[in-house]
Structure formats: structure tokens, C-alpha cells
Design a protein around this ligand. Structure first.
Ligand code: ADP
Ligand code: MG
Length: 250
């Protein structure tokens, strides 16, 4: 489903990703762990082509992201084609990024209508169904500022689902939440996992990763140090750097 191959990404002299390989299979949940600054957010952003890569490539369902191949060279796609590709990728940010001037319902309706040209009536019906799914049917008319952080993040998840993405990317979806609100967001993500949504989740919630992830990937220094089933990576890590990291967060 998602293939990341040999991806390098630098910001000026700073090498952030140094040859990352990652395979995400359809219907699976991948938890991405790693210390601060290890390149986790950058990796999610290159999957979405919010950042260009310096080397390597990413494909989703066999389609190159951000580039087209001609001979042995890659050429960046036009903005219009990049935006079209992004409509297949849902992104949930640490700080929600809801549209503050739109109601909850309109936050969820916006992309299907504006980007996918769905009839508004149909988009509203879908949005109502998704808001019910994240437990917010009664908040459709509210504005983001009237909601708790946990509620805002659940709206952001409903919004990401509204485009029917092939893959859903989460960048520390609970890190900005008060501790008592973390559970309600993780419960929504667990429900998605059970229903077979393909997801890549950057998280520091190790217990959650153990419970929902099919694969745990440990990133450090811009490379995948170790990956495998949670039972292997979290309980019997083979690399010293993984052990050192886990001893700090567990
Ligand atoms: P993580 O999410 O694992 O904490 P990031 O991917 O956010 O790590 O960042 C990795 C490194 O890249 C950090 O040193 C960060 O400061 C740097 N970085 C990230 N984005 C940019 C950018 N747009 N410009 C310059 N440096 C960046
Ligand atoms: Mg980050």
C-alpha cells in the first residue's frame, strides 16, 4: 500500500532522513516511535509530499507520490496533480488544525465538497455519519473553540476520514491533550484499527502501540533502526538504541 524506498531528506546541512525504507500493508496499523528530532514528522510529511525528498521515492497503491518517472529520472508533478494525490491521504496533526471560522459539520464537509466536488447534501450525510462514529453527533453546529481538545481532535479524525483516504497519517495525535482526554481519542483510533483502516501513527503512547499496531517502527537519527511486531520491538528489542529509548518512555 505505502512504500517508502531509500528516502533521504535534508534541511540545508541537516540530514534528517538518511535512507528510510518502510512498507505499510493495506489494513495494517504502523506505529512510528523515536526520540524527538529523529525525523518522524518529516517522514509523515514526505509521504504526503508536504516536503520534497532529496533522494528515493514513495508510492501509494503503486502510484509515485509527488513525482512522475521518465526514463531513470523523477520529475515533480504539477501542483494540481499533487493536490489530487493528497486527497487520498488523510492527515491528523498534533494541534488539530481545524478551521476556526467553520462549524464542526462544515469542517468535515469542506474537503469532500471543495476538493472532491461531492454534492453538498451527500457530503453532509457522510459528515453526520462520521461525527456519530467519533461520538460527536450532537456537536455538528458547534465551533471548534467551543470544544475540548479531545473533541477537536475527534473532529479532525472525522474530517480526515471524510475524503475516504487510502491511508491515514497521525502525527502525535494525543500529545497536545490533557491526560484525561487522551483515552477518548485513542479509543476512536482503536475503532478505526479494528475496521481495517490503513494507518501510520507517530505516538509516544507505548501501551497503545502495543495494543493496536501490527508493526512498530523505531526511527533514530533518520534511519529505521528496528521494526517488527510489537511483541518483538517493544518487549525484546535487538538494538541498544531501541532499548535505551524504551527505557526512557516506558
Ligand atoms: P520528530 O518529529 O521526530 O521530532 P522532525 O521530523 O520534526 O522530528 O525533525 C527532525 C529534525 O529536522 C529536527 O532537527 C528539526 O529541527 C528539523 N526540521 C524539521 N523540519 C524542518 C524545516 N522545515 N526546516 C529546517 N529544519 C527542520
Ligand atoms: Mg514530530
Amino acid at each position: 500500500m505505502v512504500d517508502v524506498r531509500g528516502v533521504h531528506k535534508s534541511f540545508g546541512a541537516l540530514k534528517v532522513l538518511r535512507g528510510v525504507d518502510l512498507t505499510v500493508r493495506a489494513g495494517e496499523v504502523t506505529a512510528l516511535l523515536g526520540p524527538s528530532g529523529s525525523g518522524k514528522s518529516t517522514l509523515l510529511r514526505v509521504i504526503n509530499h508536504l516536503e520534497k525528498v532529496n533522494r528515493g521515492w514513495i508510492s501509494i497503491d503503486g502510484e509515485l507520490i509527488g513525482y512522475r518517472r521518465s526514463g531513470d529520472r523523477l520529475y515533480e508533478l504539477r501542483e494540481r496533480d499533487i493536490l489530487r494525490q493528497r486527497t487520498h491521504i488523510g492527515f491528523v496533526f498534533q494541534h488539530f488544525h481545524l478551521f476556526p471560522h467553520l462549524t464542526v459539520l462544515d469542517n468535515v464537509v469542506e474537503a469532500p465538497v471543495a476538493a472532491l466536488r461531492r454534492p453538498r447534501k451527500e457530503a453532509v450525510a457522510t459528515a453526520e455519519r462520521l461525527l456519530a462514529r467519533v461520538g460527536l453527533a450532537d456537536k455538528a453546529g458547534a465551533y471548534p473553540r467551543q470544544l475540548s481538545g479531545g473533541q477537536q481532535q475527534r473532529v479532525a479524525i472525522a474530517r480526515a476520514l471524510a475524503i475516504e483516504p487510502k491511508v491515514l497519517l497521525f502525527d502525535e495525535p494525543t500529545s497536545a491533550l490533557d491526560p484525561e482526554l487522551v483515552g477518548e481519542v485513542l479509543d476512536v483510533i482503536k475503532d478505526l484499527a479494528r475496521s481495517g483502516t490503513t494507518m501510520v501513527i507517530v505516538t509516544h503512547e507505548i501501551g497503545f502501540a502495543r495494543e493496536v499496531a501490527d508493526t512498530v517502527v523505531f526511527l533514530d537519527g533518520g534511519v529505521v533502526v528496528e521494526q517488527g511486531p510489537p511483541g518483538a520491538v517493544l518487549d525484546a528489542p535487538r538494538h541498544e538504541r531501541t532499548r535505551a529509548f524504551l527505557s526512557k518512555v516506558l
